[in-house]
Structures are given as C-alpha cells and as structure tokens.
Write a protein of this length. Structure first.
Length: 121
C-alpha cells in the first residue's frame, strides 16, 4: 500500500546514527496521485472519499464519506468505514413527522451500507 521513499543515507540502527532530515513515505492515492509525507506523520493519516449529503424534508441531516485511517495506532480503527457528521437539523415533530424522520434515517443507513459495500451512490 505504501513504500518508503528512496534514500542514499545509511540506515540508522537503534538511533546510533541520527538522520540529518526526516524520512518520508510515499502513498499512492486515487484522487491526488502519489503523496509524500514525513514518515512519522503517517500514523495520523486519514483519507475520506467524496461527501454525500443526506437529508429529510429538503433539510440536510448528515454529511457522510467513506474513510480509512490505515496507520491508526489502534487496529480496530484501521478498517474502512463511513464517517458521518451531523448537520444542524432542528424541528418540532408530531408522531407522523417522527416516523417520517425515522424512515429517512433507515433509508440513509441502507444507502450508506451500499456505498460502503461499493455498490451505491
């Protein structure tokens, strides 16, 4: 998935010979081509795909995107998932409105699952 950038410097073993400058890692991306970053920065690297705005009654409820943090310090956070950000929807709803909102949320869950599986838009 990634490769270390080419270097002519000797390998520093156990810190005995410090590097004169930071090492880098080059990561291939689908949308930006090859991206080179400092080696220590890749732990915090996260990538989100295109954003999808999901709404209810012409109001945005969520912005969602497929995301991955392949170098996260905790293995359970390294997988591909859907990043969801709540928008500023506010309304006073009667019982019918609550059920309509719940139906929208259920449809959003189906849509996000299909996107994550690679088969939806």
């Amino acid at each position: 998935m990634f490769r270390a950038a080419q270097s002519t410097r000797p390998y520093a073993w156990r810190g005995e010979q410090p590097w004169p400058s930071p090492r880098t890692v080059t990561l291939p991306t689908c949308d930006r081509g090859e991206v080179t970053i400092p080696e220590t920065a890749h732990v915090d690297l996260a990538h989100d795909g295109p954003e999808y705005t999901l709404g209810h009654d012409d109001e945005p409820l969520w912005v969602a995107a497929i995301g991955q943090s392949p170098f996260a310090s905790r293995p359970e956070y390294r997988g591909v998932g859907v990043y969801v950000e709540q928008q500023h929807f506010a309304a006073t709803l009667d019982p019918a409105g609550l059920y309509a909102l719940a139906a929208s949320l259920d449809a959003h869950a189906d849509q996000l699952a299909a996107i994550l599986a690679g088969g939806g838009q």
